[in-house]
Ligand binder design. Sequence first.
Ligand SMILES: [Zn+2]
Ligand SMILES: [Zn+2]
Length: 286
Amino acid sequence: MQLFDSHTHIHFKAFNDDMETAIRRAQEAGILMVTVGTQIDTSRRAVEVARTHEGVWATVGLHPNHTTEQEFIDENEAVAVAKVKTRTEAFDAEAYRPLALDPKCVGIGECGLDYYRIPEQKIGGAPLPREEIIETQKEMVRRQFELATEVGKPVVIHCRDAYADQAQMIEKAIDKGQLVQRGVMHCFTGTLAEAQRFIELGFLISFSGIVTFSKELAEVAKALPLEKILIETDAPYLAPAPMRGKRNEPAYVLHTAKFLAEFKGVRLEELSETTTQNAKHIFKLI
Ligand SMILES: [Zn+2]
Ligand SMILES: [Zn+2]
């Protein structure tokens, strides 16, 4: 049986001590994976890991949480061991283009809109208008949509509390002839109507471990056709039940697959095969 973890961060610092064994555990369980960049350093590292490991592919991009200076520090993420207070970055297509063109790079992102984590003030106390932050996030998304279109690869969208604006941005881009390869709504947590809107725009909906402990989200997944669904870990975050609270890893995607198969009333083999085919198709691995 093959499974596809469509969104993981196996190259993050959280796996500094055991990345090789975590990859091996996944490989032995027949799990393929896409390891996702979140800024320039982690994007470089993602491509490097993909290049040197079979069954691992990468995406490169700038996460919305890295587009504005904020106090939030993610200890799991930084590649370098040296602590950096915040890493604010403007998306520079020149820097990302060579990575985006790498044969083991299968998409651009994660990029998108995150209205959940918006700081109210700059570090030091100066006020930071919400509209300004949102506009910066949108500009970084537009730049990444352009690069995705240029290199002919799909986008991986991170979206939190911003589904209406995100759908509108995607729609606009498609109207302009961009995003021909469409993309993935990663770690989807919206409503059925929101999911259907993205599906109408040609996107796939990816469910993380959250689906194993949110009845509401499980109902959304149940209502969607298997052909439009991907599964992911988003490791090291969001471990699925029964691993909640632990560091997540790609091998745990099996728990999400088992849960979804049972909840949707399909055989595990069917869910695994279809979601793997969906991932291979969107990331052009077949
Ligand atoms: Zn994300
Ligand atoms: Zn992620």
